[in-house]
Design a protein around this ligand. Sequence first.
Ligand SMILES: Nc1ncnc2c1ncn2[C@@H]1O[C@H](COP(=O)(O)OP(=O)(O)O)[C@@H](O)[C@H]1O
Ligand code: SF4
Ligand SMILES: [Mg+2]
Length: 327
Amino acid sequence: MNTFSPPAVPLLELSGVEVRYPVGRDWLGRTKGQAHALNGIDLRLFSGETLGVLGESGCGKSTLAQVLMGLVEPVSGSLQGSARGERNIQIVFQDPQSSLDPRLPVWKLITEPLVVRGRSSSVELRALAERLAVQVGIRPEYLDRYPHQFSGGQRQRIAIARALSSDPDVIILDEPTSALDISVQAQILNLLAQLQRDRSLTFVLISHNVSVVRHLADRVAVMYLGQIVELGAAAEVLEQPSHPYTRLLLEAVPRLDQPLTGNAAAQRTELPGNRVLPTGCFFRDRCPQAGTGCERPQALLPGELAEVRCHRATGLTAPLRTSPAAV
Ligand SMILES: Nc1ncnc2c1ncn2[C@@H]1O[C@H](COP(=O)(O)OP(=O)(O)O)[C@@H](O)[C@H]1O
Ligand code: SF4
Ligand SMILES: [Mg+2]
């Protein structure tokens, strides 16, 4: 974890972003309902930081990435600085096997984002691919090979080189190590940390894995059911969590290589369905601290250490806003 002081003007800013997906169809092809994937995301991303986005599977992390990439349109809210606008935002996916075109040699895969942008001769592209290969730990003499000739970790290095090639403003890493063996995960995380230091990159690091986020993030946003429930400096959110959900999440995964036991295992149930959103605090059904006032919608409010979406969290300084518009 680094210490990071954000510059005043954010690169990206989301306000009240909501995304829904149609789900299920009847025999006439009409959709039966909708998944409420994002339910009011307020978030800013600053140049040079690594923002960790942490939460269980299904909480909306990849949807957030798609919104930043300009690939999914919010039903409400506003978004400044996405890939639809001026920004060059690249993404590295969990599974490089399926994200890299198997028919292209590696040097073409690495430089494809530049070709799409209509720049450079193939001599220049080849030279760039060689420089990037060295930076990510791929031997330049392997650049004429195809993705299937590499291991999973090497393919992820190739995907990272590809993301770097067009010198983007932001790189989104969506579960970048989840498909890899533990030993390889650490190598890829170290590579990302090194690249971040050397090139002052801005990362959005999405993961369900606390250790991965802890390894790289300057700030952390914890998501639950399409909302951010806690947002702050990584050291504070991960070492002194304020929101009951963050506390459970950290308690449930003290060590990745150990099975869950006792209370932590019992608490780690599925996310509630998102076709119909809960009323009041979204976390109420699972919250050990639930009580009076939790039946009201909760807003993300500044506390002593972090912003927290819970009126009972310790150290909250601002009063609870209860109007639905505040959520
Ligand atoms: N293309 C889609 N169509 C319908 N529902 C989707 C689609 N993509 C995601 N969802 C739903 O939106 C919610 C958030 O999913 P996602 O953003 O993939 O979460 P995460 O990346 O945190 O696992 C889930 O309920 C998921 O089932
Ligand atoms: S508002 Fe209530 S139910 Fe929600 S997290 Fe806080 S204590 Fe738990
Ligand atoms: Mg995902």
